[in-house]
Design a protein around this ligand. Structure first.
Ligand code: NAP
Ligand code: GLV
Length: 309
């Protein structure tokens, strides 16, 4: 069984080593050392060059390096008859919840104002706001959104979620479907985007949807850059509609040096590492899927090509 590994973002040699440790029998090939493309059974990829997957005639499984698969589905020639699996990993999930909590709490505790005051040597008491007065809205109540929502609740925040289907998460008010999006947005003091990027969600954070948020709302985007119409976000920040934004993901990554987000006083930029796939944690589930393939058992964590996630 031959496994091809391709990613520009991940340390592929480390991934190869972590997988080889668990499955020494595997024939692991690091791109571009493919050898005969007909040998490849499984491709572990992140944003593969368009056409790469199609060029592997005996491919039986496409495995994403991460939770999101938009970088794979961006290839119009991805062989859609081949099962596509994604990562669902406890450590990654915890990492995302840490990220969401960190930035919700920064907003809640008015940390930017405090830091600004410190820089100006200004001792200014800020009236506290009770967490119960803050409504945190999570777009995307899947693996990551649900965990983040559950971890926000013990702080006393009001937590609401929006997804395609109705959810029943104790303590979280569920909104679902396009018809309930506006009602959801109107409530969010903090909007957290943890959606997958699909044709339906591309550009979902735009002038219209931002204008529905209460004045002074804060945006945390750790979904994908394509969810945000960046010019519309800048307008919402500069017109003082939004109080700030934390952005982990961007339309263009790495974020180009000329991007206004780098220096925007209301923006926190992080380099797409809200929640990373770590080889030691994720390699076992990849090897498990390869073993399942060998034994003819169902592949786990499959993506629905039609839904795009
Ligand atoms: P998931 O379990 O598949 O959850 C996706 C959620 O989004 C589901 O609740 C789904 O609704 C909802 N959704 C999808 N399309 C929708 C639509 N058109 N309208 C309303 N809701 C919609 O995915 P996940 O594991 O939580 O990951 C989510 C995303 O996080 C990934 O796709 C990736 O883009 C991003 N991510 C980012 C990082 C980072 O470091 N920044 C790390 C990991 C993942 P239903 O439940 O009703 O289907
Ligand atoms: C990271 O962005 C992931 O999708 O896992």
């Amino acid at each position: 069984m031959a496994l091809l590994i391709y990613s520009k973002n991940h340390p592929v040699a480390d991934w190869g080593a972590a997988i080889a440790k668990l499955a020494p029998d595997l024939d692991i090939r690091l791109y571009p050392e493919i050898g005969d493309p007909a040998d490849i059974d499984v491709a572990l990829v992140w944003k593969p060059p368009p056409g790469l997957l199609q060029s592997l005639p005996n491919l039986k499984l496409i495995q994403s390096f991460g939770a999101g698969v938009d970088g794979i589905l961006a290839d119009p020639n991805v062989p859609r008859h081949v099962p596509l699996a994604r990562v669902v990993d406890g450590r990654l999930t915890v990492g995302m919840s840490e990220y969401v909590l960190l930035h919700v709490l920064r907003y809640h505790r008015q940390m930017e104002t405090m830091l600004q005051n410190q820089r100006n040597r200004t001792w200014r008491w800020l009236p506290p706001v009770d967490a119960s007065e803050r409504i945190i809205g999570i777009m995307g109540m899947g693996t990551l959104g649900t965990d983040a929502a559950k971890k926000l609740l013990p702080f006393g925040f009001q937590v609401i979620g929006w997804s395609r289907s109705l959810k029943a998460v104790d303590g979280v008010t569920s909104f679902h479907g396009d018809e309930h999006l506006d009602g959801f947005l109107k409530l969010c003091n903090v909007l957290v985007c943890l959606l997958p990027l699909t044709p339906q969600t591309r550009g979902i954070i735009n002038r219209r949807t931002l204008s529905l948020l209460p004045r002074g709302a804060y945006l945390i985007n750790a979904g994908r850059g394509g969810h945000v119409v960046e010019a519309d976000l800048l307008h919402a920040l500069d017109s003082d509609w939004l109080s700030g934004a934390t952005l982990d993901v961007f339309n263009e990554e790495p974020l180009p040096p000329e991007s206004p987000f780098w220096t925007h006083p209301k923006v926190t930029v992080t380099p797409h590492n809200a929640a990373d796939s770590i080889p030691a944690h994720v390699a076992p589930q990849i090897v498990d899927n390869i073993r399942r393939l060998q034994k003819g058992q169902p592949i786990l964590r499959l993506v629905d090509y039609e839904r795009g996630y």
